[in-house]
Write a protein that binds this ligand. Structure first.
Ligand SMILES: *Cc1c(COP(=O)(O)O)cnc(C)c1O
Length: 397
């Protein structure tokens, strides 16, 4: 077995070729789109944001009037919760195996996040555990389609219906995801997407809300721009000055044309990139079969996986623990990530909400063992070979 770079051996890749985790695929079309906006000097919210909203809505098969572009998924989640009338004194049940933004958005709306632990195989929120967390104060369920694998939307929708709860889907990993032929983000009252740099589709920073009806879409749109009436958006058009009214206290969450200019060509390549990531995901599954790791599970029947993350779990009996694996991969000049350390293991939530490890033992265990390997459509075949070589080397006995 080759000597690890961590122990002074030769790294799999040269230092100058460090493989950055989550590097986006940026093509000539994105560069041309941004340049075009700059040349026209239309750099704020304008026609390209509208075009991007229409294209995204068309991809999802919903009316364009129900898609609202914002500047992040965090903003999308925050506005979705607010627009559903959820706030102080209300509880929202979510997963502990997610990015902090999911819980933070609930807190920013003034409500209290309640965690229901995950199914250790799908890594998604477990509907049976959700049922046990429902109280008189529960107003909504906020599932996250982890890594791009859909949550059990039948079970969650049934629970929501029985208890009159709202559903807000965190689709940050799940643009291409489907559950029984229905697209992620179209199940509940609102679906929230992220176009952060590492996501399946990027606008550098950005987000989108798919609302279940016009009323929610209108409210979200108003809240995204200072609480100004809908016509305020026309200030950004060439039809001349339009008066607006401020009718409630809103935020500054609008997307810009520079961001949309990146997103439009990204959306056109979405399916091609999805196929590429699926191929890489499958190569990893075969290449790591004999390693001391628990491989991620593919989607079930009638489901479509978004293949956003590839997250093997390092077994307790492996020659190196997760943190050493991360350091060893870095030394081989292969970047890796962690998605995620469980929310109940972060000091802020422990202090302010009293969460403990025993509140989400399954997510905590996953958080201790998980490694995310590069899975961007920008990876070359050689990059994929290097990831495989490095991960096998690091986990070899
Ligand atoms: C990335 C991410 C977010 C936040 O997205 P931003 O666009 O960066 O605000 C929220 N939830 C999950 C699960 C994410 O992965």
């Amino acid at each position: 077995m080759a000597k690890l770079a961590l122990d002074g051996g030769k790294p799999v890749r040269a230092r100058k070729d460090f493989l950055v985790f989550g590097a986006p695929q940026i093509g000539a079309e994105e560069i041309a789109g941004v340049t075009d906006s700059l040349r026209r000097r239309w750099i704020g919210t304008g026609p390209k944001v509208g075009e991007f909203e229409r294209a995204f809505a068309a991809y999802k098969g919903i009316p364009a009037s129900r898609a609202v572009a914002v500047n992040s998924c965090t903003a999308a989640l925050h506005l979705s919760i607010l627009s559903l009338g959820i706030g102080r004194g209300d509880e929202v049940i979510t997963t502990p195996l997610t990015f902090c933004a999911t819980a933070n958005a609930i807190l920013h709306a003034g409500a209290t996040p309640v965690i229901a632990d995950v199914d250790p195989f799908t890594l998604n929120i477990d509907p049976e555990r959700v049922a046990r967390k429902i109280t008189k104060k529960t107003k909504a369920i906020l599932p996250v389609h982890f890594a791009g694998r859909s949550c059990d939307m039948d079970a969650l929708s049934r629970l929501a219906k029985a208890h009159r709860l709202k559903v807000v889907e965190d689709c940050a990993h799940a643009i291409e995801t489907e559950w029984r032929g229905k697209k992620a983000g179209t199940f509940g009252d609102a679906g929230c997407f992220s176009f952060y740099a590492t996501k399946n589709l990027t606008t550098s920073e950005g987000g989108m809300i798919l609302a279940s009806g016009e009323a929610i879409a209108d409210r979200v749109k108003r809240l995204a721009l200072h609480g100004m009436t809908k016509d305020a958006w026309k200030r950004y058009s060439d039809s001349g000055y339009v008066h607006y009214d401020v009718v409630e206290l809103g935020y500054k969450y609008n997307m810009t044309d520079l961001q949309a200019a990146i997103g439009i060509p990204q959306l056109a390549r979405l399916e091609k990139n999805w196929k590429r990531r699926r191929a890489i995901w499958n190569r990893y599954q075969e290449a790591f079969e004999d390693l001391p790791v628990d491989l991620p599970m593919d989607a079930g029947r009638d489901e479509r996986h978004g293949y956003h993350l590839y997250t093997p779990l390092v077994r307790a009996g492996a020659p190196r623990n997760r943190d050493v694996v991360l350091a060893a991969l870095t030394a081989e000049n292969v970047g890796a990530g962690v998605h995620y350390r469980a929310l109940c293991d972060h000091p802020y939530y422990r202090k302010s909400l009293g969460w403990k490890r025993k509140d989400c033992p399954l997510a905590s265990d996953i958080g201790d063992r998980t490694v995310s390997l590069p899975l961007s459509a920008a990876l070359t075949n050689r990059d994929v070979d290097d990831v495989i070589e490095a991960f096998r080397k690091v986990l070899g006995k």
